[in-house]
Write a protein that binds this ligand. Structure first.
Ligand SMILES: [Zn+2]
Length: 296
């Protein structure tokens, strides 16, 4: 692994940094050897973080001459993401910690994908997450892995998580982002919507974060087996999205993967309403005309 800090020159954004790393390491294997990359890039040690309040940390100086990453003990995929996130703080010189020389990040920081306008702290957490995601799931390798997938399926998310050594939720976010179809993944915990990830063309999800998973969802079926993705089934689209009354409802499909810890992923796939045939349109318009003019 020949990469060094020299290769990163003045790259400052997550995208520019990961581009330089991938240029210097064109044969980077998956799972990406994150600890080895850290060593090459100026991290002296990776130590266990003992406090329960924080998920990760970084001890370094303003010049970033060297650093120590702290990561909570736990599942390997989660720890790998934390280490990559802290490496992101280390390499982005414009990231200024709350306390001099010490970044401390909570689990909510490691899930953050958007920042409030003007909130520098949130912004730097979003950037560190984008860096970690791009580095652990390099776009060209992710596209290559996804090229063989056809219909959207949560089994693919599980395969990506395993092959790239990332958590299921990180894999789900990337899957939704790169999949060509209109899909969304809702993360539910103890019956409530926790987080939603949508592809660009997927409409807003009407269920509030923190609110219950809708009663009619496949999620409430008693047939699920833990750690196995369910069959894919059609559902009523107005459970999840706003269906305009005067338009034909699109077809919406659900698939559920129940974890053992009370968490679940719900995959939503939207299919555009099929084009009306000319005959259907003529009948429909004729009916509306009669309705509005009071003739039956
Ligand atoms: Zn952080």
């Amino acid at each position: 692994m020949p990469i060094s800090r020299m290769d990163l020159a003045d790259a400052g954004s997550p995208e520019a940094l990961v581009t330089r790393i991938l240029q210097a390491e064109p044969e980077l294997p998956v799972p990406v050897p994150i600890q080895e990359l850290c060593t090459r890039l100026g991290i002296l040690r990776i130590e266990d973080l003992e406090t329960g309040e924080f998920e990760g940390g970084l001890v370094t100086d303003a010049k970033r001459s060297e650093g120590t990453i702290l990561a909570k003990r736990g599942g390997e995929p989660r720890r790998r993401f934390t280490i990559a996130h802290e490496l992101g703080h280390f390499l982005m010189a414009h990231h200024v910690p709350d306390q001099p020389g010490r970044f401390l990040c909570k689990s909510s920081d490691l899930l953050r994908v958007t920042a409030k306008a003007g909130d520098q702290r949130q912004r730097r957490e979003v950037e560190a997450n984008r860096f970690a995601t791009l580095l652990l799931m390099p776009p060209h390798l992710l596209r290559g892995a996804m090229a063989g997938f056809r219909e959207p399926d949560l089994e693919h998310v599980l395969m990506l998580a395993r092959d790239f050594g990332v958590g299921k939720e990180a894999a789900a976010r990337a899957y939704v982002h790169y999949h060509p179809e209109r899909i969304a993944i809702v993360v539910a915990g103890n019956g409530r919507v926790q987080r939603c990830y949508r592809s660009l063309a997927f409409p807003d999800i009407i269920c509030a974060v923190g609110g219950p998973v809708p009663t009619g969802s496949l999620y409430h079926s008693t047939q699920h087996r833990p750690s196995r993705a369910s069959d894919i089934a059609a559902c009523s689209p107005d459970l999840w999205i706003d269906v305009k009354r005067d338009l034909r409802a699109p077809d919406l499909y659900e698939q559920v993967y129940l974890q053992q810890n009370g968490f679940a992923m719900i995959l939503l796939r939207l299919e555009a309403a099929p084009e009306e045939t000319a005959e259907e349109r003529r009948l429909d318009e004729g009916w509306r005309h009669r309705f509005h003019s009071g003739r039956r």
